[in-house]
Write a protein that binds this ligand. Structure first.
Ligand code: MF3
Ligand code: CO
Ligand code: CO
Length: 250
């Protein structure tokens, strides 16, 4: 069941989403060779609490940390640890913040120092696939149209779309209906309606699409050890288009 949100509810979600986005702005200058993913976790945790929020990942289905940090061939749900970032790495930082009972969910993939040209290309294509999907969101288009927009752009660049994880409705709950797949066929699936609020968060691999979960039961990696990049925004469907909620507040 998809819970449509009223304009006041969307504005309450916007506050949570701004805080999540501001957390990524805060973290960006810290993403440098030498920092550990645990240190990133601590910065996100403290910043969230200082601004009246709660880090949604902490204890979510037993997740042990306040943010997901997914480095290189880690696709998603990487657990912060004493791992040290080195020049040439890429890292997705996925921030989900609860403010006044509402969730905001956003992520970016950062470059650590200088990366090889094909790595920058992967990250750019992942980002552009999200932007192209957002650009078509309005009432009447379907979830299949969103998936198709991402898949055709990514595959045109000879990268691949992860199938096992998807975007999601979001609100008072972290993960609500519908599931927002990042692949699909035009005009298939549920049609969008004003008041739907969901994420789009394509995970794009340099090699094959297949993934596996590590023995920690969280960390998802590419089976072929190829690099993976991801970007995520939370958005609301408006009367005539889309309102991206996870923009920085200034
Ligand atoms: N933030 C992720 C998403 O975009 C979910 C992380 S679940 C966690 O849906 F438990 F790993 F935090
Ligand atoms: Co999400
Ligand atoms: Co997320």
């Amino acid at each position: 069941m998809i819970k449509l949100k009223k304009p006041e509810e969307i504005n309450a979600m916007r506050a949570a989403c701004h805080l999540a986005a501001d957390t990524l702005v805060m973290i960006e200058p810290h993403i440098r060779a030498g920092i550990t993913t645990n240190a990133i976790n601590q910065l996100v945790h403290d910043y969230t609490l200082e601004h009246g929020g709660i880090p949604a990942p902490l204890n979510y289905h037993g997740f042990p940390k306040s943010v997901c940090t997914s480095v290189n061939h880690v696709v998603c749900h990487g657990i912060p640890s004493d791992k040290v970032l080195v020049d040439g790495d890429i890292i997705n930082v996925d921030v989900t913040t609860i403010l006044n009972g509402w969730h905001g969910d956003t992520s970016r993939t950062f470059l650590v120092g200088e990366v090889k040209p094909y790595v920058r290309k992967l990250v750019d294509v992942a980002n552009e696939s999200l932007e192209r999907a957002i650009a078509i969101v309005k009432p009447g288009i379907t979830l299949g149209d969103i998936g198709h927009a991402i898949q055709q752009y990514v595959e045109h660049h000879h990268f691949s779309v992860v199938r096992e994880y998807c975007g999601h409705g979001i609100g008072r709950d972290f993960h609500e209906d519908p599931q927002v797949l990042h692949y699909g066929k035009p005009r298939e699936g549920t049609a969008l309606k004003e008041g739907m609020v969901f994420t789009i968060e394509p995970m794009i691999n340099a090699g094959r699409p297949a993934v596996k979960k590590l023995r920690d039961n969280w960390t998802v990696v590419t089976r072929d050890k190829s690099l993976s990049a991801q970007f995520e925004h939370t958005m609301a469907v408006t009367a005539h288009g889309v309102d991206v909620l996870t923009l920085p507040s200034s």
